[in-house]
Design a protein around this ligand. Structure first.
Ligand SMILES: Cc1ncc(COP(=O)(O)O)c(C=O)c1O
Length: 387
């Protein structure tokens, strides 16, 4: 594997780092680059975790995860999506990223093909290459309105396809796959005998009129599905490093072998504390989603009133993927210029796929006042004209 080419530093972090350096020099920085929920982890999770530490959950756990937590995860999935998973079809991992990576590492053989839907989550190509250096990535590019091009999807499948990696609701577009789109993916995966790895990390941050369709609810996908999820975005637990995968027993078993050799287990008291999530109604999520909707309604209108930006309103999550083609700039140059002149940190579209070099991603997981400040600065900004 050519490490430097396949596994470069994540562009999202590169710009965040540049912004942090400017802030250290005293510049006002408006950070719309990295995205994580801007609320605090619910107190009941923190309390239960402290109790778990005091109660001795400070040793190794079963590598696949605490049976109690795996049972709760399976039960929750079955109740919400009508599936029939058993606790031994669940593995608990340090974050959702680990779940996705282990799923790929468990599935891929030399020269297998993996389908990615572009724009994709920044780390997916590197994960595929780390999992299997000879794997071939086949991109299916979304249409400009971020809907799935079914013909392009069909053309991407071949007898060599081992898996399709799907992320709905999506980072960076904020779009949710429709039932018809999900059904097409399942149908093609069946036809070509491929696995579906579904990253559903944003499934709780769905706005009013968008219906979320989980792959876990598709009975036809049962024998070829690994769903990855966790609490990073729904319970503001990005720093806890906790995620899980649920799916085909044989693949979960292989993922467990990888975990045995790499992590041993996910932090034991974090797993025990997370059981509290299932004893509480997630009351904080409704108000947070309403707040996200309020912010994006404002920001969407403000951005589309600018002569140089155009956005499709997201249906979920806290990212806004905006078309900047009217500036004629490539996304890296645009983000660097915007940061230098206004102090607004964003993420270049090229980080999400080569076809998106005329887009940038903004996070709106920031207070409304920050978005208002960003809007005022964007109104005074012109690409290429020196301030
Ligand atoms: C699509 C997607 N998957 C996974 C992750 C990472 O999740 P975790 O922090 O639990 O590893 C993110 C975070 O931005 C994401 O956007």
């Amino acid at each position: 594997m050519r490490f430097e080419r396949e596994v470069g530093e994540s562009l999202t972090y590169q710009f965040a780092q540049a912004a942090a350096e400017m802030r250290a020099q005293g510049r006002e920085i408006i950070s719309l680059g990295l995205g994580e929920p801007d609320f605090t982890t619910p107190e009941y999770v923190t309390e239960a975790t402290i109790e778990a530490m005091r109660g001795g959950f400070t040793h190794y756990s079963a590598t696949q995860g605490l049976p109690e937590l795996r049972g709760l995860i399976a039960e929750d999935c079955n109740r919400r999506f009508g599936s029939q998973y058993a606790p031994n079809e669940v593995i608990v991992t340090p974050g959702i990223k680990s779940a996705v990576y282990f799923a790929l590492a468990a599935l891929l053989e030399p020269n297998d093909e993996v389908i990615l839907i572009s724009p994709y989550y920044v780390s997916y190509p590197a994960m595929v290459k780390l999992a299997e250096p000879t794997a071939k990535i086949v991109n299916v590019t979304l249409k400009r309105d971020f809907t799935l091009d079914i013909r392009a999807l069909e053309q991407a499948f071949s007898v060599h396809t081992k898996a399709i990696l799907v992320n709905s609701p999506n980072n960076p577009t904020g779009m949710v796959l429709s039932q018809a789109e999900v059904s097409h993916i399942v149908e093609l995966a069946r036809k070509y005998d491929a696995y579906i790895v579904a990253d559903e990390v944003y499934e709780k941050l769905i706005y009013n009129d968008a219906g979320f369709v989980s792959f876990a609810a598709q009975a036809q996908a049962r024998d070829r599905l690994i769903v990855c999820n966790g609490f990073s975005k729904s319970h503001a637990m990005t720093g806890w490093r906790l995620g899980y995968a649920i799916g085909v027993r044989e693949i979960i078993g292989k993922m467990n072998k990888l975990q045995q050799h790499i992590n041993t287990n996910t932090c034991t008291f974090v797993q025990k504390g997370a059981c509290a999530i299932y004893r509480h109604e997630p009351d904080h999520i409704g108000p947070y989603v309403a707040e996200l909707e309020r912010r994006i309604a404002y920001f969407h209108e403000a951005v589309n009133a600018l002569p140089y930006m155009k956005g499709v309103r997201p249906q979920a999550g806290f990212f806004y993927f905006v078309d900047i083609s009217a500036t004629g700039a490539d996304s890296n140059a645009f983000c660097a210029d915007l940061l230098r002149k206004t102090g607004i940190a964003s993420t270049p579209g090229i980080a999400f796929g080569p076809e998106w070099n005329d887009h940038v991603r903004f996070s709106f997981a920031v207070p409304m006042a920050t978005l208002e400040r960003a809007t005022a600065l964007l109104q005074g900004y012109r690409y290429g004209e020196d301030a």
